[in-house]
Design a protein around this ligand. Sequence first.
Ligand code: ADP
Ligand code: ADP
Ligand code: ZN
Length: 214
Amino acid sequence: MKIIMLGAPGAGKGTQAKMIADKYGVPHISTGDIFRANIKNGTELGMEAKKYMDQGLLVPDELTVKILLDRVAKDDCEKGYVLDGFPRTIPQAEVLEEALANIGDKIDFAIDVDVPDENIVRRMSGRRACLSCGATYHIEHVPPKAEGICDRCGKELVLRDDDKAETVKNRLNVYHEQTQPLIDFYEKKGVLKSVDGTVDMQDVFVAIVSILGE
Ligand code: ADP
Ligand code: ADP
Ligand code: ZN
């Protein structure tokens, strides 16, 4: 089962992708998490990616595509995967499609988590992230058990640099210009499914399970 999560920054792609990964036993692959891990470890890739991420811009396709193709070639991806934050541009989607076609394969579902812009800025300012294990919380909707501490690994939670209101506005513009066209792209391929992302996260998941099957 190969799944793509679509949606604006903060729509809940990561939250749902983790639940899908747990239920269906496929890896959750987030290009954002891969970049953040590289930034944390001070790699060359991390330094390069950070220049773009801090401004709310996309990391160039050449860099992103290579990382993603390397990742999905790993053994744990044989049964499928859920991609969170990739593709984000039409050229990225085309490269992925071609790579899959070369092995006689394709994407099964592109799930668009739909949340209007008005809700997004509010959501992002409340998001707290664990840069160690990738877990995500929300100070009102999904609070950790102990304030500022990750439930899963005990490390400190942070407000991501790119979740500040100014940068979020840039990211929303970038989303509308470069990523939203993917909704049409996957609609034409016949694999697009949309869910209402404004409801409670458990209810969003129920809608997704009804699409993917029990
Ligand atoms: P969000 O969870 O808000 O959607 P992500 O963690 O997916 O954010 O991505 C954070 C940042 O990492 C993006 O704003 C972008 O700079 C970079 N990034 C992640 N995935 C991609 C991608 N597929 N193409 C280009 N840039 C990406
Ligand atoms: P994305 O990966 O699309 O950027 P996240 O999954 O990180 O989005 O969610 C963004 C923020 O909104 C996080 O703080 C998360 O805990 C919170 N969140 C996720 N889903 C919901 C929901 N259905 N209702 C309210 N808040 C949510
Ligand atoms: Zn953690």
